[in-house]
Design a protein. Structure first.
Length: 221
């Protein structure tokens, strides 16, 4: 039970202390989800930005016919091409197709860790408002029950319970809105990175990168 000092405290801490255990659990869950969203968004943004830069360099140097600079993404792609064995009697077209498949597989393996948090962002973006709404409905039910028991319906009596309930919705939006924005931006960045890398792969497969075999030891590290 909240203390009398907290009955009319409409600060975030006061609203949390006034809530019952169900609404408090919802608030804690949403706060944890919000922290997870920011942690995942910042980490995946840094990873994808680095991969996007490397994919752009890969595509640019492959288009110009120059030596592709070192990097996690180029090393993985070129390492897959350099270690792809040559099959006797294989036509040049089949060789290029097999090299492209090997490099695309390396691209997918390299990008997978940077995209691993996107389902979490999507889940928080879609479920966050509904979780907050559940806390709001539960809090309003408790507020009306308290009003019925006390027989008082003045604004001073109703306001704390309603504010507590609406605070849960606010926390749901606080978690969901950044999750939506982060998911959309990261998904777009991942698609752009994949497109640039695939363009570079197509160019490299068109001219099998035999000169890059000297980079195999570093790519395998």
């Amino acid at each position: 039970m909240p203390s009398p000092d907290n009955l009319h405290d409409l600060s975030p801490l006061g609203l949390f202390l006034m809530a019952d255990w169900v609404v408090r659990s919802v608030m804690i869950l949403l706060l944890v989800a919000s922290l997870a969203v920011w942690a995942v968004a910042i980490d995946r943004w840094m990873r994808l930005r680095r991969l996007a830069h490397e994919a752009a360099l890969l595509d640019r140097h492959a288009a110009q016919g120059g030596r592709v600079p070192y990097g996690r993404l180029p090393d993985a792609i070129l390492g897959a091409a350099a270690t792809s064995p040559e099959w006797p009697g294989e036509s040049a077209a089949d060789r290029r197709a097999r090299l492209a498949d090997a490099m695309r597989l390396a691209l997918a393996d390299t990008m997978r860790p940077a995209q691993s948090g996107l389902p979490l962002l999507a889940s928080v973006a879609s479920a966050g408002p509904f979780i907050g709404l559940f806390g709001t409905v539960w809090g309003i039910m408790n507020a009306f029950t308290a009003i019925a028991r006390s027989g008082e319906s003045s604004l001073a009596t109703v306001a704390p319970g309603i504010a507590e309930a609406l605070f849960a919705t606010a926390l749901g939006l606080f978690a969901a809105i950044p999750a939506v924005l982060a998911y959309n931006r990261l998904a777009a960045l991942a698609a752009e990175t994949r497109a640039r890398a695939n363009a570079g792969i197509a160019r490299l497969a068109a001219r099998p990168p035999q000169a890059e075999k000297s980079r195999l030891p570093r790519a395998a590290e």
